[in-house]
Design a protein around this ligand. Structure first.
Ligand SMILES: *Cc1c(COP(=O)(O)O)cnc(C)c1O
Length: 477
């Protein structure tokens, strides 16, 4: 990416792309008549705390320092692609024209629709797909949308007997969850000795009941499924479809397209591959791309180009709506700003560095990495050490831990994805932290973390009975 300071990058996108569309092509909002609030909703007095500006500044700065984010240090959470999100996308997303009411008539928001249409087109190009819906608000929701499209496709051909989705054992948990929610039985297939799809097991699992195979490529071990063309023809010969879980697209961006590998339908995790901070479970967007024979099943609405401009369109056999209005608009415009700013060469550079960084880091750490050659992420094994304890100890070194104990193929798995954002100095520091920890004794690991705001927590209780308000800490307040 160029070295423009971020405000210049934002200015470039706003002046050349967003402002002409949002302030010139979007019509001024019609002002509503003043509608008085019902009196039962009004209150007569309100007591607000009286605090000075320094007190407030210090309070929020202190709170921000109690947590860890990609703005505080590297974030190795493999498969989640926690890359640094350049700030210019935030500046672009707060342009006044970005906050339109979602229920406006299409002719009054031509600029907004043009932005959405442009993103649909770019995503289609990146995946090699023929049509894209921007509606699903997450990767998992894109998967579920895809499953409904797959079902609608088979049923439109009078084929009601297909009730199985095949999923490799290394798949993300959302894959079987989406298939199950969509009414399918999942058939799990084991990996071969090299960590890839076991062709014999796939052959045995395929049948007239197969609706689709869901696959991510590179897979969760970071390995490219080199037999993907054979896999695709096996599934297609049996009348099934091929679903691409796009969460690992960061490794292939601009280099290879899921369509060319034989995939019929895919989702894009735009928050992972492009730019939206998504710690803590959101927000995100999971647009779905399809090849032409699946186009008429897409959820409504999609944005189309007409002779007079842009319009919303309901495809003929649409599965219906999967989200209100146009999807997660703010994530979508950040994704487009990122794509436009990087351009072809920048996107190629992003995938090159994502793969280079993972391989450089992998070459420096002492933990064993059983499966190679990997792309943008790798799975190391902490061997005799407990991977979860290694993860907690990394926090003491100022590094966000990798994903641990998944995929299950590697015991004590550390799934590491440095992303393209980190430089050599940081990668060297990360490697040094891993290597120090690999030589530490069990009692040091057990007591970690020692330098964080909150020490070792009971993870089950923290997840099941979280204390979410200061009220619960002191009931007298
Ligand atoms: C993140 C991820 C998903 C789910 O995507 P969300 O946007 O988090 O819902 C699916 N598959 C893989 C491999 C992932 O890494």
């Amino acid at each position: 990416m160029s070295n423009l300071p971020h405000h210049d990058q934002a200015k470039w996108i706003s002046q050349s792309v967003y402002e002409p569309l949002l302030s010139e092509k979007n019509m001024t909002e019609v002002s509503l008549e003043h509608v008085p609030l019902p009196s039962n909703l009004k209150r007569n007095s309100l007591t607000l705390p009286s605090l000075s500006e320094p007190e407030i500044a210090r309070h929020y700065t202190r709170l921000s320092q109690m947590t860890y984010g990609v703005d505080s240090g590297p974030y190795l959470l493999g498969s989640c692609t926690m890359k640094y999100n350049p700030k210019f996308t935030e500046d672009v997303a707060v342009l006044p024209g970005c906050s339109i009411h979602p229920d406006r008539e299409p002719h009054t928001i031509q600029g907004t629709l043009e932005i959405l249409h442009t993103l649909q087109e770019h995503l289609a190009t990146i995946g090699g797909m023929d049509a894209v819906t921007l509606q699903p608000p997450a990767g998992a929701s894109g998967e579920f949308t895809g499953i409904l499209i797959i079902r609608a496709f088979h049923e439109s051909r009078g084929d009601f007997s297909r009730n199985e989705i095949i999923i490799p054992e290394s798949a993300h948990g959302t894959n079987p969850a989406s298939a199950t929610l969509g009414g399918y039985n999942t058939v799990e297939i084991p990996s071969n000795g090299e960590g890839r799809v076991n062709i014999d097991a796939l052959q045995a699992a395929l049948s007239e009941n197969t609706a689709a195979l869901m696959l991510t490529n590179p897979n969760t071990l970071g390995l490219f499924e080199s037999e993907i063309e054979l896999i695709a023809s096996m599934v297609h010969d049996m009348g099934g479809l091929l679903y691409y879980d796009g969460a690992n697209l960061n490794a292939l961006l601009g280099r290879s397209r899921p369509r060319d590998m034989g995939f019929d339908i895919m989702h894009y995790n735009v928050h992972k591959t492009f730019a939206t901070p998504h710690g803590g479970g959101g927000p995100g967007a999971g647009p779905v791309g399809v090849i032409s024979k699946l186009e008429t099943f897409l959820p409504a609405p999609i944005v189309i180009k007409t002779t007079s401009g842009f319009d919303l369109f309901t495809p003929e056999n649409s599965i219906g709506k999967v989200h209100g209005f146009y999807g997660n608009w703010l994530c979508l415009i950040k994704a487009l700003a990122y794509i436009l700013r990087l351009g072809d060469s920048g996107l190629l550079d992003a995938s090159a560095k994502a793969v280079l960084n993972a391989n450089y880091l992998g070459s420096k750490i002492q933990y064993e990495i059983p499966f190679r050659p990997f792309y943008h992420e790798f799975v190391a094994s902490s061997g005799e050490q407990d991977a979860a304890e290694v993860a907690k100890r990394l926090l003491d070194y100022g590094v966000h831990p990798p994903t641990t104990k998944w995929p299950l193929i590697v015991s004590q798995a550390l799934l590491v994805e440095p992303t393209e954002s980190e430089n050599k100095t940081t990668l060297d520091q990360i490697a040094a932290s891993f290597n120090k920890i690999s030589n530490e004794d069990q009692s040091t690991l057990k007591s970690a973390p020692n330098s964080t705001t909150v020490g070792k927590i009971d993870q089950a209780t923290a997840a099941r009975s979280p204390i979410l308000s200061w009220h619960s800490l002191d009931p007298s307040l």
